[in-house]
Ligand binder design. Sequence first.
Ligand SMILES: CC(C)(COP(=O)(O)OP(=O)(O)OC[C@H]1O[C@@H](n2cnc3c(N)ncnc32)[C@H](O)[C@@H]1OP(=O)(O)O)[C@@H](O)C(=O)NCCC(=O)NCCS
Length: 146
Amino acid sequence: MLSLSFTIREARPTDWHQIYELYNSLPLEDLYMRFFCLHRFSEEEAKRLVTLNDHVTIVVEVAGRIIGEGSLYNTGEFSLVVAPDFRGYGIGTEIVKTLIEKAKQLKMKKIFFYVLRDNIPMIRIGKKLGFKFIEEEGELMGYLEL
Ligand SMILES: CC(C)(COP(=O)(O)OP(=O)(O)OC[C@H]1O[C@@H](n2cnc3c(N)ncnc32)[C@H](O)[C@@H]1OP(=O)(O)O)[C@@H](O)C(=O)NCCC(=O)NCCS
């Protein structure tokens, strides 16, 4: 795997604009993978992501620029995205590992994500980290007992 220096930290309210820019730089199909619906990401959604307390959001920075984001909701569901130019460096894997640790700290019993069958990178991440998969209405749900 290629190597790249990056840092992962919890999102701060002031990050909303960079998160907004990250999402608006993505092709629509990536937004679909992240949110399971086709829509552009609004400024209000970016602000909610860094302020509402029904989830934990982490961001990944490379040279001060936010290039990845992952959110874990109180339900145990999580989702993530890495900017296309920064994929294949192991960042997605590190985001999921960090969310697993956050879930353990929060004493969650199980975490899960939904993924389309053709999303090979996300399925590989899940398998590598021990998630099991079940099919639900044409999508896959990956889950991990903690
Ligand atoms: C899924 C996603 C977060 C992965 O990010 P990433 O930083 O590239 O992930 P990693 O570098 O950790 O790679 C994950 C695995 O996919 C593999 N991979 C990466 N790109 C691939 C490609 N185009 N085709 C096949 N495999 C690929 C990597 O080799 C790695 O597998 P390995 O560890 O067995 O070698 C990223 O593709 C993305 O943002 N996609 C759009 C949004 C999305 O699908 N989110 C998930 C919804 S839950």
